[in-house]
Each structure stands twice: as C-alpha cells, then as structure tokens.
Design a protein around this ligand. Structure first.
Ligand code: ATP
Ligand code: MG
Length: 206
C-alpha cells in the first residue's frame, strides 16, 4: 500500500500548539504514516510586518517537531525562487515521493480562502485536503460549492479537531505586549523566541 503523507503548510510565525495538536489529531484519524511541515518562504498574501525571518521560522518548526517520530520538516519552499505556491510544492513532492498519497492539512479559515490561491482547481486535483475546523471559522460550504466543481470538492474532507483558539498573530501580540506565551507554544520554541528576541516591539522599528 502506498504511504499516506500529511502536508502541513504554513507561515509558522511562530509554530504553536494549535498547529501541532491539529497535525497529530489528523495524523491519527486519517491514518497518515507521517506529517511533513513545510514553512512558506514568501507568503504572497501576508503582511510581513512583525514577522520573523524564514531561517528562524524553520528552526522553530524543527525544534517543535523533533520529538515526534511521525513529524518532519521540509525546506522545499525556502529554497525556491520567487513566491511559494502550494500547487508547485505538491507537484515537487509527488515527483520526490513517488507513489505516496498526499493529504494537505489546512484550517477552515485557510480553506475558505483557497479559491484565491494560485491555480486552486489544479491544486485540488493534485492532492486530497483535510480541513481542521477552527473555532469561529466554519467551513463555508456554499462558497466552496460556488467556486469548485463536485469532482474537485470530492477531494475535500473534514476532520473534527479540538477548537483551540491559538493563532500566531495573537502570540506575536502577546510577546509585543511583554506577556507570557507559555503553553501556547512548545517550551523549546518559547526559549528560542526569547534567545533571539523575536517579535519584540523594538525589532519592528529597525
Ligand atoms: P497567523 O495568525 O499569522 O495567520 P496562524 O496561527 O493562522 O498564523 P498559519 O501559519 O497561518 O498560522 O497556519 C498554518 C495552517 O495551520 C493553516 O492551514 C491554518 O488554518 C492552520 N491553523 C493555524 N492555527 C490553527 C489552530 N489553532 N487550529 C487549527 N488549525 C490551525
Ligand atoms: Mg493564518
């Protein structure tokens, strides 16, 4: 049987417990053999203010997943020139991984925006999607029905995950305000953020 591989793409600015718990729950319920975390290099749609450089983001992801034998990290998007499109990443992974079946793990908030991504129809045809519900952001079924064909939508699955209202945006704001982010991120990530002085107010003014 071909390997079932989950792909967790994101900015991971920083990676947090919401990402890790979601990936682990989806891995178990979708019976995935492994999950690969893929930090994005140049998020085409994100405001880069208050952000950490790609090297710091990938190091935090590496630290966060190193004690889970089912998790790994790929720097495939960090080495690519120009904007990193998921559709290109999935094609490259198919070429690299041969017969493996790919499952892109995505939060409902990101899934509702998928039609705005680069070549969303081709993307939906190239791998299955597993949508993790995120509190306050239900999957917009009517929008999906409007934007995608039934064949395309047959590639979209949902997995119930605990509603964890944790976001990187809120974590960056907490740090900027001088507040603790303990338990929102793994201890090793908290330490890394402190050591590097990431997301602190004076860094934005540089
Ligand atoms: P930001 O606030 O900067 O947008 P984020 O917390 O949404 O950051 P991303 O790196 O944008 O994190 O997210 C990567 C993927 O993880 C997306 O598919 C997103 O929907 C999903 N995700 C993020 N946080 C959670 C969470 N708490 N529960 C479930 N899925 C999540
Ligand atoms: Mg987000």
């Amino acid at each position: 049987m071909s390997r079932r591989i989950g792909i967790m793409g994101g900015t991971f600015d920083p990676i947090h417990m919401g990402h890790l718990i979601t990936a682990e729950m989806v891995r178990v319920s979708a019976q995935l053999d492994e999950v690969i975390f893929i930090p994005a290099a140049h998020p085409p749609h994100k405001n880069r203010e208050h952000a950490a450089p790609p090297e710091d983001r990938i190091r935090m992801v590496r630290r966060a997943v190193e004690n889970n034998p089912f998790f790994s990290v790929s720097d495939i998007e960090l080495h690519r020139e120009g904007p990193s499109y998921t559709v290109d990443t999935i094609a490259a992974l198919h070429a690299q991984l041969g017969t493996a079946e790919l499952f892109f793990i995505i939060g409902a908030d990101a899934m509702n925006d998928l039609y705005l991504w680069h070549e969303p129809e081709r993307l939906l045809q190239s791998c299955a999607f597993i949508v993790a519900t995120r509190q306050g952001v239900p999957l917009d079924e009517s929008l999906l029905a409007e934007k995608f064909t039934p064949a395309e939508r047959s590639h979209i699955h949902t997995v119930p995950t605990p509603h964890l209202e944790i976001s990187s945006t809120a974590i960056r704001a907490q740090i900027r305000a001088g507040h603790s982010v303990r338990y929102l991120v793994p201890r090793v990530v908290e330490t890394y953020i402190e050591e590097r002085g990431l997301y602190r107010a004076h860094h934005e003014e540089l």
